[in-house]
Design a binder for this molecule. Structure first.
Ligand SMILES: NC(=O)c1ccc[n+]([C@@H]2O[C@H](COP(=O)([O-])OP(=O)(O)OC[C@H]3O[C@@H](n4cnc5c(N)ncnc54)[C@H](OP(=O)(O)O)[C@@H]3O)[C@@H](O)[C@H]2O)c1
Length: 374
């Protein structure tokens, strides 16, 4: 009986093959072992059947950034470890190109982002269950849409969830020129909260300070300025601080916090353990805590996530929140982009774009956004 059934299935399969199913050819960056992304990622292709399950959606990816967490995931040192082999990339924007017969809420032409982390967004096409996608406004520029889900939402949550800020209140952050840092500056300015922004010392620090000021930064200082105790003394004190660096940068940042303030750690770019002075805990009663966007997303309802995305998109559409400085790179040129995304002092996030037409559109979007937001 079982044998007969098998024969029947294999007969059916032969028929299907003979009918030659139409396919999309998808290219993707896959790693079969952990290591340096520039070395372990391979550009591969597969054929995706155009016969969709009723609940499935086919998408064409447009662009996907290279975030530090993506690099760490490929290296095998991040908190999320997808099974090997795996496709890299965690956020990005895609356009819907076909939907299964049972899909009602998503239609061809919609723009979508992944609902879950580390699903492998460094690819050109994908076919996924509809619940794996979140719809976003189709008129959001690609550069903004591709970088919406992780960094601006992290900035938004940290600014809203750890202190009840009033207009004029002060926030301090290190890694201020990061994508998260740039979003913190803009969302804070939008709410009339002041920001003290710490960057690493560098020859072009005046240029970086000017760029951050153009986003609305109130003060920009460098880690070297902490040697000038009077300058630090004269700064207003912050009610909340955001740390994505670790090491000594934490004890510096604490100098700018007011007593009882909260320090939120959300990254560790220096790869150094945090240095926290004992006095900060005893005499300033500083509260130390962490934030992880992935955990937040997994703990709240879909409605709460949609509400957050709507709020962030509304700030973008008001021209008050532009994406970080981006360097678009074609998917096929990924190796250089992977290398560059691991260098310090680069000043631009690498954005993988999936084809030439998207590349031109992203370049145009970035020019338009610059004009609209300055
Ligand atoms: N917890 C969460 O949910 C969450 C969400 C989003 C991001 N993050 C984390 O936030 C951090 C920033 O992410 P992003 O995408 O905004 O970054 P990004 O735009 O790629 O920029 C990287 C930042 O890290 C700084 N940096 C690089 N190497 C450094 C080092 N050795 N010491 C000190 N600073 C260094 C860079 O400053 P220079 O210009 O001086 O090199 C730049 O400010 C990362 O750690 C990321 O994993 C966490």
């Amino acid at each position: 009986m079982w044998f007969n059934k098998c024969r029947l299935i294999s007969g059916t399969c032969r028929n299907v093959i003979r009918r030659s199913v139409s396919t999309w050819e998808s290219s993707f960056l896959r790693y079969a072992e952990h290591g340096d992304p520039a070395k372990v990622l391979r550009l591969e292709t597969e054929q995706l059947s155009q016969n969709l399950f009723p609940s499935h959606v086919a998408v064409k990816f447009l662009a996907s950034p290279i975030n530090p967490a993506d690099i760490n995931t490929v290296q095998g040192v991040y908190a999320i470890k997808p099974p090997l082999p795996s496709v890299g990339g965690s956020e990005g924007v895609a356009e819907v190109i076909a939907v299964g017969a049972g899909v009602a809420d998503i239609k061809v032409g919609d723009r979508v982002i992944p609902a879950n982390p580390a699903t492998g967004t460094w690819r050109t096409y994908s076919v996924v269950p509809q619940e794996n996608l979140l719809k976003i406004p189709a008129d959001l520029p690609i550069a903004q849409a591709a970088t919406l889900a992780v960094n601006p939402c992290t900035a938004y949550r940290m600014l809203h969830d750890f202190a009840s800020l009033r207009p004029g209140d002060v926030v301090v952050q290190n890694g201020a020129n990061s994508a998260v840092g740039q979003a913190v500056i803009q969302i804070a300015a939008h709410n009339k909260w002041k920001t003290i922004n710490i960057i690493r010392d560098r020859p072009n620090k005046a240029d970086v300070a000017q760029q951050l000021a153009s986003l609305g930064a109130t003060y920009v200082i460098t880690d070297a300025d902490f040697k000038r105790s009077q300058l630090i003394e004269d700064l207003p004190k912050a009610r909340v601080g955001f740390n994505c660096v670790g090491g000594k940068a934490v004890s510096d940042l604490i100098k700018i916090l007011e007593p009882g303030a909260t320090l939120v750690t959300y990254g560790g770019m220096s790869k150094q353990p945090m240095i926290v002075p004992t006095t900060a805990m005893i005499f300033k009663d500083i509260i130390l805590c962490g934030f992880w966007m992935t955990r937040y997303n997994s703990e709240v309802s879909l409605e709460a996530r949609s509400e957050m995305l709507d709020s962030v998109v509304a700030i973008m559409k008001a021209g008050k929140l532009q994406p970080p400085l981006l360097e678009p790179v074609l998917l096929k040129d990924f190796r250089g982009a992977m290398e560059r995304s691991q260098e310090g002092f680069v000043g631009r996030k690498q954005l993988l774009v999936m084809d030439d037409s998207v590349f031109s559109q992203v370049k145009k979007d970035m020019g338009d956004l610059q004009d609209r937001c300055t």
